[in-house]
Design a protein around this ligand. Structure first.
Ligand code: UDP
Length: 467
């Protein structure tokens, strides 16, 4: 009898934010489905928030190991020293500083405990908002990978900026158009806002650019995108970097067997689906600005009146901290009318897959963008900052499956865009393109598809390294 093959154990380390947890956990599940053991970790503070979903999956299993395809998934959290009484504990600069100082010893500890438990870590995968995780892996002699959670176009844009490889707008030349290989020319209105001289969010710019500081320590760089969507961008960046950026997306999962294992920071309201079931086919406007964006009072008012004036039924995610910005009496009016629904958090992928959905008014966070592409739903794009701006450009101008809402959003423009996306002269062609992209996106992640093969190859590479 031959020797038993060594255990393959992948450790995923996620930055504590919804837009990072979702793609990282989805990749973790895809890797686990190929056979290995996968441990998914993030901070203890966040772990407490998301553990209800994780616990439900664990409860169905007879240990802390959750079966996923041919492999197993478990959760573990590291203590980053959060003071739960500190009202500023989640401010980005405070959070980053705390993670940078407390994260490395806590993660080292967690990894050492895996070795003691007889399941040494074979590979660490993090998202690059935690650049120090690569140092931890290096110090412990573990190969590492990063998952870029935005588009390849945005990776390329930041990479060129960070390495000073192209001329970007400056205070002296604010209107400059940037020409990057594999991408269409991008004016200031198309670029990630953090790269503009007018950017007010310095900590975010710093953390984004810090991602490139030690990315060369990673043996693999993955992107949540797919080859067919961004072929030219992937080819062009491959020529710039010593290792390729490998597409493993779209990391979406509506309808997949493991969609129950989630990391929602807020509880999704199931009544969304019950309500959608009662609506007419292709009638509902879904509206969400994701988990972070803060709309101004005037934006909320214009959106509210625009939606109401359109006369269409809508399902609008309004997080608690934005409720007070709604027009006075709006919530009561909507409730009394019974035609539309306001919720605090939706099961977004299920909503997008619902037959009653007509279009998605989105802030174009990259996860939402991929989720709508994979659902074949036309968009009305209202990007606010950062990568949302180029995401909207590609969605509308390159892939032709969205209408761009001019900023600042005005109620009449909202009505016009809703009509353009659902009943206008280009609406049918847009829906056809959306459905075509849905097929291509789904094919990329199903067994044998372009991204699925890349994940398979990754697991095999690590297996060879461990053997
Ligand atoms: N999301 C959700 N329910 C909601 C709103 C958002 O499940 O009501 C999910 C959405 O499906 C996506 C993530 O939260 O996976 C938001 O990520 P995205 O990159 O779109 O935006 P961010 O929140 O990072 O700005």
């Amino acid at each position: 009898m031959g020797e038993a093959s060594p255990l393959l154990h992948f450790l995923f380390v996620s930055f504590p934010a919804q837009g990072h947890l979702n793609p990282l956990l989805r990749l973790a599940k895809r890797v686990a489905s190929k056979g290995p053991l996968v441990t998914f970790c993030t901070t203890l503070d966040l772990g407490k928030r998301i553990s209800a979903a994780a616990a439900a999956a664990v409860a169905e299993s007879d240990s802390d190991l959750i079966p996923v395809g041919h492999g197993l998934l478990r959760f573990e959290f590291f203590d980053d020293g959060t003071d739960p009484t500190d009202p500023h504990r989640d401010d980005l600069d405070i959070l980053l500083a705390r993670l940078e100082s407390n994260g490395p010893p806590a993660l080292t500890n967690l990894i050492n405990r895996q070795t003691e438990a007889g399941r040494p870590v074979s590979c660490l995968i993090n998202n690059p908002f935690l650049p120090w995780a690569l140092n931890v892996a290096e110090n412990l002699g573990i190969p590492s990978a990063v998952l870029w959670v935005q588009s390849c176009a945005v990776f390329s844009t930041y990479y060129h900026f960070h390495h000073n490889l192209a001329d970007f707008p400056t205070e002296e030349y604010p209107d400059r158009t940037v020409n990057l290989p594999g991408l269409p020319p991008m004016g200031p209105e198309d670029l990630p806002t953090f790269l503009l001289p007018s950017n007010p969010y310095k900590p975010l710019k710093n953390v984004i650019l810090a991602q490139f500081k030690n990315i060369s320590k990673a043996r693999w760089i993955f992107a949540n995108s797919f080859e067919e969507l961004e072929r030219d961008a992937f080819d062009a960046i491959a020529a710039r970097l010593p290792i390729p950026v490998i597409p493993v997306g779209p990391l979406v999962e509506a309808g997949e067997p493991q969609e129950k294992i989630k990391a929602d920071m807020w509880k999704p309201e199931d009544r969304c689906i019950e309500w959608l079931d009662k609506q007419e086919k292709r009638s509902v406007v879904y509206v969400s600005a994701g988990s972070i964006v803060m709309l101004t009072s005037s934006e909320m008012q214009e959106l509210a009146f625009g939606l109401r004036n359109s006369g269409r039924p809508f399902l609008w995610v309004v997080r608690e901290n934005l409720r007070e910005l709604l027009p006075k009496g709006f919530e009561e009016e909507i409730e009394a009318e019974g035609k539309s629904l306001l919720v605090e958090w939706s099961p977004q992928e299920k909503v997008l897959a619902h037959k009653s959905l007509a279009c998605f008014v989105t802030h174009c966070g990259w996860n939402s963008t991929l989720e709508l592409i994979a659902a074949g739903v036309p968009a009305i794009a209202f990007p606010q900052w950062g990568d949302q701006v180029p995401d909207a450009k590609f969605l509308c101008d390159v892939h032709g499956i969205g209408v761009r809402l001019p900023t600042p959003a005005a109620r009449a423009e909202i009505v016009r865009c809703l009509t353009a996306a659902t009943d206008g002269p280009d609406a049918e062609a847009m829906l056809k393109r959306a459905k075509k992209w849905k097929e291509i996106a789904r094919a990329a992640v199903t067994s044998g598809g372009s991204s699925d093969r890349n994940i398979e190859r990754f697991v095999d590479d690590v297996r060879k390294w461990v053997a």
